[in-house]
Design a protein around this ligand. Structure first.
Ligand SMILES: *[C@@H]1O[C@H](CO)[C@@H](O)[C@H](O)[C@H]1NC(C)=O
Ligand SMILES: *[C@@H]1O[C@H](CO)[C@@H](O)[C@H](O)[C@H]1NC(C)=O
Ligand SMILES: *[C@@H]1O[C@H](CO)[C@@H](O)[C@H](O)[C@H]1NC(C)=O
Length: 201
């Protein structure tokens, strides 16, 4: 068994952002900035997606896929973190139960996000009602992933659970649910623009 403190330290170290390189195309960057204005956490959205601006190049589908990939990657590392936390010694039984429930939530959340990334990658081949059907699957999966994340955080709402484990889980879960909320907004935006026939091919 590894010490709890170790994982709390890992959490701090893994809490960094990669900064984008300077050669980002201004048009491509403007598109990311403008799209992020429609999300609930625009600054976080820009910070996470600006490094993909050149590969997105104003494409709504690529933007939505990049956003959901960012959420998936964070969900994977959060799931691994919670899993290690659940194996560490020195956690109170009630907190342990909440960590374990959270792990189950994360184990549902990661495949939902993964499926969404796969499905979004194929959207270009779908037309009409077929497109709508696949799109509504993605929206359902991402919404359910968001629900899983919120359920995990709510499991710690009791004041008797206050302490470093709760703080660490809540902090990670808040970050992940903000990423997922942003991704969902960009997915909905892609769906709407496609419906209106204004999305770029
Ligand atoms: C995009 O937004 C970021 C952060 O808000 C800002 O630093 C950058 O100058 C903006 N870029 C463009 C091209 O608007
Ligand atoms: C910048 O992006 C536009 C399209 O968004 C593209 O036409 C142009 O070639 C790009 N410029 C550079 C320097 O990459
Ligand atoms: C994601 O989906 C791909 C393709 O369906 C699968 O091969 C992979 O194992 C999945 N990964 C996760 C973490 O669920």
């Amino acid at each position: 068994m590894v010490k709890l403190e170790f994982y709390l330290l890992v959490l701090l170290i893994s809490y960094h952002y990669t900064t984008s390189n300077a050669a980002t195309n201004a048009t491509a960057m403007n598109y990311v900035n403008a799209s992020c204005r429609n999300t609930r956490y625009p600054a976080l959205c820009v910070r996470c997606l600006q490094r993909y601006a050149n590969s997105i190049q104003g494409n709504d589908q690529k933007l939505a896929k990049a956003a959901i990939s960012v959420s998936l990657n964070n969900a994977k590392s959060t799931a691994a973190y919670i899993s290690k936390l659940s194996e560490s010694s020195g956690i109170k039984p009630s907190v342990y139960q909440a960590v374990n429930d959270c792990l189950n939530n994360m184990n549902n959340c990661v495949p939902s996000l993964n499926q969404s990334v796969q499905e979004l990658g194929k959207m270009a081949q779908f037309r009409g009602q077929n497109f709508e059907w696949h799109m509504s699957n993605v929206e359902t999966w991402v919404s359910s992933a968001l629900t899983n994340q919120n359920t995990c955080a709510r499991g710690f709402s009791d004041g008797s659970m206050d302490g470093p484990v709760k703080d660490a889980v809540i902090r990670r879960m808040n970050y992940l649910s903000q990423l997922t909320s942003n991704a969902l907004a960009l997915i909905n935006r892609f769906a709407l623009k496609h419906k209106a026939g204004t999305h770029m091919p």
